[in-house]
Ligand binder design. Structure first.
Ligand SMILES: O=P([O-])(O)O[C@H]1O[C@H](COP(=O)(O)O)[C@@H](O)[C@H](O)[C@H]1O
Ligand SMILES: [Mg+2]
Length: 553
């Protein structure tokens, strides 16, 4: 396409854009004759990725804006049809409330029913609401943990899980068939859901999870400037825990996330304030939610006696996933399924076997984990996402940072009562199954083509060894392996039970490499778990270093 085509498209865009800010921005791009900027906005469009539509705010189909959102809502309306009921939630990001109202206006204008959250509540509240209200679909306006300039649109179906193929494709096709947004009929008769209509029932559901009866625990917490604070605190108090001490500078929702480079507990530095707070208050554990509170990060004291004076370390999502899996399996009965993604730890399979439960692996993304099969009582992924269930099933068919935080607190309080810590429970698991240690190498790029080229290079010249370990097998996930749908990714199995998966992120301009090593735990007089941990760190670092060189990014 030529720059003249993009100029024409930009003018058509301007003629229907209801937002004066994006109009002014696009007028400026046109006035400057910035062809590269026009192409970045008009040469592609946002597509449903790992977690719905997600992208930078701004004018054009490849950006999040009122037109993109109204078109998405119109597409959704066409697939669902008149009379159907959609629940809509939104976080505290720039324009999230406007996008939620636009969605409700388009849906009701098309003859559907819409219920809109009356406050900026967590994503799991929306996921819960879809099932609780018996709605046909849900929309959550959020870009989760992305930088402040981004926003996004998660779509849920009647089962309360995020959409997967073929429904996402049907909605995309319906979006493509939408004409001008200024010709869409708009309604204004939607229902506003109050706290007691939906957050209260959500709290009833998550506090009904098996949480034991130990409650003595001091928690340092941060919602990372997102929407988790109020609901998490209320959930903890309702369950009988002391209210967590929250990092004051990050307690209230703020779309600019001023104290962190990236509002993602996985990113370096994001947990600093919460970790400082834990040291000051001598907390037993550190908890964090990502800004839409569907993720949960956990930190534990470094010193063996559980006192915080020696500082804290953040657990990996796989460590928390392993602990939660065992907790859920110990508190449920019957034929149970636990699931994780292919980029997460293989330890889950071992734990499942120990408890006589079934185990499944899915593609990355909670939308897939929730579709793992019947009898699912627990799902998790390394990216700090967990859905915790009980004998009566899962309260939320998506990851739930609040339900996970409650369960982690219950586990930590029970351990504390027994004079132990979560770190001790991790050591127990390592002794039984070998130390399964995971790490991530993630490279952020400005130019997405660097990722495409790196993947192509790996396919053309697969590594033969990594950190001195032979690559025993290489799977190209784009061919669809082990019955999984095809996806862009490569999986290497290395000598000595190590594994590496490389894939482009579906939510951010990043290439992600997921590493796992399994280190046998020797006798205590040979150093036991401590020695195995030291060895795992060395092994993971060595693989990371070699991989970084191989990628050349
Ligand atoms: O943003 P969230 O918290 O919803 O999290 C989303 O993105 C994560 C990272 O995905 P990717 O590796 O493709 O960037 C996924 O693991 C997760 O399932 C998805 O819901
Ligand atoms: Mg999130």
């Amino acid at each position: 396409m030529t720059s003249t085509d993009f100029v024409r498209q930009a003018r058509e865009w301007l003629a229907q854009d209801p937002d004066p800010r994006t109009r002014a921005e696009l007028e400026d791009v046109l006035a400057r004759g910035d062809d590269a900027e026009l192409a970045a906005r008009f040469a592609a469009k946002l597509e449903f990725g790992t977690a719905g539509l997600r992208g930078e705010l701004g004018a054009g189909p490849n950006r999040m804006n009122r037109i993109t959102v109204m078109r998405a809502a119109a597409g959704l309306a066409r697939v669902l049809g008149p009379g159907r009921h959609v629940v809509i939630g939104f976080d505290a990001r720039h324009n999230s409330d406007v996008f939620a109202a636009d969605t409700a206006a388009v849906l009701t204008g098309a003859g559907l029913r819409a219920s809109v959250m009356g406050g900026r509540w967590p994503t799991p509240v929306l996921a819960f609401a879809v099932r609780h209200l018996g709605a046909d679909a849900g929309v959550m306006v959020t870009a989760s943990h992305n930088p402040p300039r981004d926003n996004g649109y998660k779509v849920y179906w009647a089962d309360g899980g995020q959409i997967v193929p073929p429904i996402d494709g049907e909605i995309s096709a319906a979006i493509d068939a939408v004409g001008r947004v200024d010709e869409l009929p708009l309604g204004d008769d939607w229902v506003t859901l109050k706290y007691q209509d939906i957050v209260e029932p959500y709290l009833d559901a998550v506090t009904a999870l098996p949480l034991g009866d130990a409650r003595e625990l001091s928690i340092a917490y941060t919602p990372l400037h997102g929407v988790g604070g109020e609901v998490l605190t209320n959930a903890m108090v309702k369950a009988g825990f002391p209210a967590p001490v929250t990092a004051p500078a990050q307690a209230e929702p703020d779309p600019d996330f001023p104290t962190v480079a990236f509002p993602n507990p996985e990113e370096p530095g994001a947990m600093d304030l919460a970790l400082d707070l834990a040291v000051q208050t001598g907390a037993d554990i550190v908890l964090a939610n990502d800004p839409d509170a569907d993720r949960c990060a956990v930190g534990v004291p470094l010193s063996g006696d559980g006192a915080g004076g020696g500082g804290y370390r953040m657990l990996t999502g796989d460590e928390v996933g392993g602990l939660l899996a065992e907790y859920v399996l110990a508190h449920t009965t019957g034929d149970r399924l636990v699931a994780t993604s292919i980029v997460s730890s293989t330890l889950l399979g071992r734990i499942a076997e120990e408890y006589g439960a079934r185990h499944a692996e899915t593609l990355t993304g909670f939308k897939w984990i929730m579709k793992a099969g019947p009898g699912l009582v627990f799902g998790y992924e390394e990216a700090l996402g967990y859905s915790v269930g009980s004998d009566s099933g899962l309260p939320v068919y998506d990851k739930d940072g609040i339900g996970a935080a409650l369960t982690v607190a219950a586990m930590a309080a029970q351990a504390k009562r027994e004079g132990r810590t979560l770190a001790d429970l991790l050591d127990d698991q390592a002794r039984r199954h070998g130390l399964h240690a995971t790490a991530q190498l993630s490279v952020r790029v400005d130019d997405l083509s660097l990722i495409t080229r790196a993947m192509a290079r790996l396919r053309a010249e697969p590594p033969v060894t990594l950190a001195g370990r032979a690559v025993e097998s290489a799977d190209d996930l784009s061919a669809g392996v082990a019955g999984l749908p095809p996806t862009d990714g490569l999986r290497y199995r290395l000598a000595g039970q190590a594994r590496v998966v490389v894939r482009p992120s579906g939510t951010e301009p990043k290439l992600k490499c997921y590493l796992e090593v399994v280190v046998p735990v020797g006798a205590e007089d040979e150093g036991g778990v401590t020695a195995a941990r030291a060895r795992a760190v060395q092994d993971l670092d060595a693989i990371k270093k070699d991989l970084a060189e191989t990628l050349g990014l």
